[in-house]
Design a protein around this ligand. Sequence first.
Ligand code: 13P
Length: 227
Amino acid sequence: MKKLIIANWKLNPATADDAQKLAASINQAAKNTAVLCPPTVFLSRINFPRLGAQDCFWQEKGAFTGQTSPLQLKSLGVKYCIAGHSERRAVGDTDEMVNAKLNALLEHKITPILCVGFGTTVEQDDLEVTDVLKQQLGAGLAGIDPLKVIAAYEPVWAIGTGKNASPEHAEKIALFIKSKYGIKKILYGGSVNAANAKGFLQQPNISGLLVGGESLIPGHFNQIINF
Ligand code: 13P
């Protein structure tokens, strides 16, 4: 079965030209389904069959300086939007805000990718992860149909560190999210690369990957989306 591979470019690249070049070098007809999430400012300049946003605001319009609404994203053809990434939570996004974003996205038929995860060390992850996940999922999904949401499990210690979780650990968490919260599609993210991607994609309860750094390297990302 096709897996869903989401590229989170974060705050990269520096120019619209570079963003267009990067998008043009990604295989549009890969074995798996690839989605590109460029910085919001470049969304309208990117030509790719499936686009996602990295974040959004929960209001449609009005006096909200600097924000981007799901309505605006929809007008650019955006089909997916990340919400609750740990890099957003680190600058103040709360579970209640994430929940409001999910509601707003679903209202405009954009599929939310709800990021959950905790633990700045592997040990802490083992000790505390379940409680934190319960809080993030319970509050984030309040009043939301879980079948309309994709979850991404991203342990904080694995993001951008070159240290990925084991596929078995990620599978265990995916099963927990699926059985307790009813979300059918769960992705893994955190130091995914062309060498370790296959191990995650072989897990029965992992539906795909959320890829940061390696999604900026076309040769590597094209390998990941073609496993
Ligand atoms: P890296 O793949 O760079 O670790 O980033 C993961 C991530 O945060 C994707 O959202």
